[in-house]
Design a protein around this ligand. Structure first.
Ligand code: PHE
Length: 359
């Protein structure tokens, strides 16, 4: 049996196949059930034994040779396809970043920088304290004894204590007021500080999130009064909101750590989701305040017969919403890039009083 011609034909067809489909056609024509080589194999049965021996060996060798050629070609075609894709989908990862994608400063950070600039101008330094706070700093030192209802009102997150450890658990601070105690203990009086930072309460709706931001203010000297508090807050709001006038409403209130106490609301309007301050018929509570309670001064080692002063705690997120017309507080902390691009600030516009706060 002369297989030279058939061998040449199929090896050439394999070599010339342009793609996987053409290659498969070659395979079927040669080695498929009805293929030419398979048909020759089927004739072996009718041959005399001597002839069958050599013809069978030749046919098997041919079958293996074509099969090997098919496999090699298939691999080569796959490699070529991959090379082609790599060429077509080439990407230069060393290109510089595009400025359009630059990060932005979050409104909370922007507002914190703005209010720090304003209070620095009035002589307030920045003080800090931990977010995981002992219950003494968060409550007791602020004249909130263990059974006081204010502890419940704060919807406190408690830290875990090991089994058998029955000291009172630490808390996620529910307000920035513990920084009053820390700052006075460290620096004594007179003192003028603000303490911006994160605080935590179990609360969630359109105007409350479990984590939010406050700035504490504290001014202690020999003759500080409620009048100084009122002036400071009005002056702050005018500068902060960058408007000629704002309207504040002082409401008598109660905090264990101040006496007397006042909550302060600011006038604003909400027209179709657009918030504007200084006009309209709505009031938003933005802070709690009062004259620091003598027991609080004493707890921080400041002599209440010599010193007195005011404190306030203001919601940073609240005043950010008002100033920049942001209707929903929850969106502040969802890290939605579209929101951040819309409400974020350029990292190069650092707020200062002489250069302007927000431009
Ligand atoms: N700590 C109070 C609160 O979170 C606010 C406050 C601070 C009130 C300082 C008076 C003085 O509600």
């Amino acid at each position: 049996m002369d297989l030279t011609e058939i061998r040449g034909k199929y090896l050439a067809a394999v070599a010339g196949a342009a793609g996987e489909a053409a290659l498969e056609e070659v395979r079927v024509a040669a080695l498929g059930k009805k293929g030419e080589v398979s048909a020759l194999m089927a004739t072996l049965g009718k041959m005399p034994p001597e002839e069958r021996k050599t013809a069978g060996a030749d046919l098997n060798a041919l079958k293996d040779e074509i099969d090997a050629a098919l496999r090699a070609k298939k691999t080569a075609l796959g490699d070529a396809a991959l090379d082609e894709r790599l060429r077509a989908e080439w990407l230069d990862v060393t290109l510089p970043g595009r400025p359009r994608r630059a990060g932005t400063v979050h409104p909370v950070s922007q507002v914190t920088d703005e209010l720090t600039a304003i209070f620095a101008d009035m002589g307030f330094a920045v003080a800090e304290g931990p977010q995981v706070e002992s219950d003494w700093y968060n409550f007791d030192a602020l004249n909130i004894p263990p059974e006081h209802p204010a502890r419940q009102e704060h919807d406190t997150f408690f830290m875990h204590r090991a089994a058998g450890d029955d000291r009172p658990p630490h808390v996620l601070r529910t307000h920035t007021s513990p920084v009053q105690i820390r700052a006075m203990t460290e620096q004594g009086a007179p003192i003028r500080v603000i303490a911006p930072g994160r605080v935590y309460r179990m609360d969630m709706d359109q105007t409350h999130t479990p984590m939010f931001h406050q700035v504490e203010g504290l001014a202690i000297d020999r003759d500080i009064s409620m009048a100084n508090l009122k002036w400071t807050l009005e002056e702050f709001c005018r500068a902060f909101f960058e408007v000629p006038s704002v309207e504040l409403r002082f409401r008598a209130s109660h905090f264990p750590f101040t006496e007397p106490s006042a909550e302060v609301d600011i006038r604003y309007s909400n027209v179709g989701g657009q918030l504007r301050i200084g006009e309209g018929d709505k009031w938003m509570e933005i802070l709690g305040s009062g004259m620091v309670h003598p027991k609080v001064l004493a707890a921080a080692g400041v002599d209440p017969t010599q010193w007195q002063g005011f404190a306030f705690g203001m919601g940073i997120d609240r005043i950010a919403m008002l100033k920049y017309g942001i209707p929903d507080l929850r969106a502040f902390f969802e890290s939605d890039l579209r929101w951040l691009r819309n409400y974020g600030f350029s990292a190069l516009d650092v707020p200062t009083l002489p250069a302007g706060l927000s431009r």
